[in-house]
Design a protein. Structure first.
Length: 409
């Protein structure tokens, strides 16, 4: 008998028929003797719909109230799935995040899980019931409802799996595993049977939305066996593996991209110690995360130009702050661009192979794609390009690195 945590995403619970299909799958696992905890997302489109409603009232909705609103999406699906299970003769109980004490910090809209009291879940499992838990939501120390950021149900599932020491955490979604890149952008993308934890972490952090980054971090920290599979077809999916000795040959495992980027530049800042801090300090103080940073010597050598990227949602407030700082510093000009994207090549094999960056830049140049910024680490190279080149850029690199072909052993 195994203890399995299964998570079903929005599309998988997007209609009554799909909820019934999820119930059938869950029941099959239980009938074969396993204990099953199910974590669900809101029905597809629901979280977006709720955000739109809130934005009709406040341009930047009150974070605490937004969490109260958004958490309702998952409350609907836990109840419906439990009903579907019970109707199929499978005893089940639904719980909100608060009811199973998914304790988080108080960072509304992007809260982090601190602790889970799994006793109630265990008692139900012992009594032969399937436990259905609302993903994406928790409760803070004051008893306020919190949510975990978009895609957060993945993290709920992995955290519950860690708390219960589950045998496996299965993420059921609308693709049958993790691919070399998003198959919706590159139809020639290839499904990976395994991906190392390190690469999955990098893919997720660089924008691959198949798993929320925090779910991968959790899986790493607590060594939760994690698998991504299709909720519509049978199959083995993709296992996130903790050993990387079988992937030495695969220099590049995938291409991640993020459409959520924006870039800001301040030109002609006096070139003095402390300038980077003066520019980025006020941005960080407002909890805006800065990603890539480039500093160049200005045209006259006594000044410097400074460019950095932020999440597109943070573009307007970041620009406002930067304009203020630029004034204080006597900078020449502030510019910005919210129609850029980031494309990244990821692979653990990259660290030992020279020439990957130059091949990447040459392939993009051949297609006339201008690179606006570059950043590298041991296992990734990222470039910022204009939004209109996203699809072309991803497909060009996918081809250039032979990712569509089966990996050669
Ligand atoms: P869910 O609602 O089930 O959580 P998501 O939309 O969050 O589903 O994640 C699944 C989607 O992730 C897929 O439909 C696919 O378009 C996208 N995706 C992005 N990168 C990848 C990748 N490398 N492999 C597979 N899917 C990816
Ligand atoms: N419903 C939430 C979202 O759309 C959480 C999730 O689906 O994981 O982001
Ligand atoms: Mg998701």
């Amino acid at each position: 008998m195994a203890l399995i945590v299964q998570k079903y995403g929005g599309t998988s619970v997007g209609s009554i028929e799909r909820i019934q299909a999820v119930a059938e799958r869950v029941k099959r696992w239980r009938d074969q003797g396993d204990q099953v905890v199910v974590v669900v997302s809101a029905m597809s489109g629901e979280t977006d719909r709720l955000i739109k409603l809130a934005k009709q009232l406040q341009e930047r909705p009150e974070p605490r109230e937004l969490d109260v609103l958004l958490s309702t999406g998952e409350q609907v699906t836990i109840a419906l799935l439990s009903m579907a299970l019970t109707a199929q003769g499978c005893p089940a109980r639904s719980y909100t995040g608060a009811q199973v004490h998914i304790l988080t910090d108080s960072a509304h809209n992007k809260a982090r899980i601190r602790d889970i009291d799994a006793a109630r879940v265990r008692a139900d499992l012992e009594a032969g019931r399937v436990v259905v838990v609302a993903g994406f939501q928790g409760i803070d120390e004051q008893g306020d409802i919190t949510t975990l950021g978009r895609g957060g149900s993945d993290t709920s599932a992995v955290a519950i799996a860690a708390a219960l020491k589950a045998d496996e955490c299965q993420i059921y979604t609308d693709v049958d595993g993790v691919y070399t890149t998003d198959p919706r952008v590159e139809p020639k993308a290839r499904k990976l049977d395994r991906i190392t934890f390190e690469e999955m972490l990098e893919m997720a952090s660089l924008g691959s939305k198949v798993l929320q980054i925090r779910s991968v971090e959790f899986a790493g920290k607590y060594r939760v066996p994690l698998r991504v599979l299709s909720s519509f077809e049978e199959g083995e999916g993709t296992l996130i593996s903790f050993e990387d000795n079988d992937v030495e040959d695969a220099k590049i495992s995938g291409i991640a991209f993020s459409r959520d980027e924006a870039k800001l530049t301040v030109l002609g800042v006096p070139d003095q110690p402390g300038v980077a801090h003066r520019i980025l300090g006020p941005i960080a103080e407002t909890n805006i995360e800065v990603d890539m940073i480039v500093q160049n010597v200005g045209a006259d050598e006594s000044t410097t130009d400074f460019t950095f990227t932020v999440h597109r949602n943070d573009y307007a407030p970041a620009l406002e702050i930067l304009r203020r700082t630029a004034n204080e510093l006597g900078a020449r000009q502030v510019t910005g661009d919210a129609s850029i994207v980031k494309i990244s090549l990821v692979g653990v094999g990259m660290r030992s192979h020279a020439g990957i960056a130059s091949r990447m830049f040459a392939s993009l140049a051949k297609e006339g794609i201008n690179i606006r910024m570059i950043s590298t680490s041991e296992i990734k190279i990222s470039v910022v390009v204009d939004e209109k080149y996203l699809e072309l850029g991803v497909r060009t690199l996918h081809d250039a690195f032979g990712l569509g072909q089966p990996a050669t052993a």
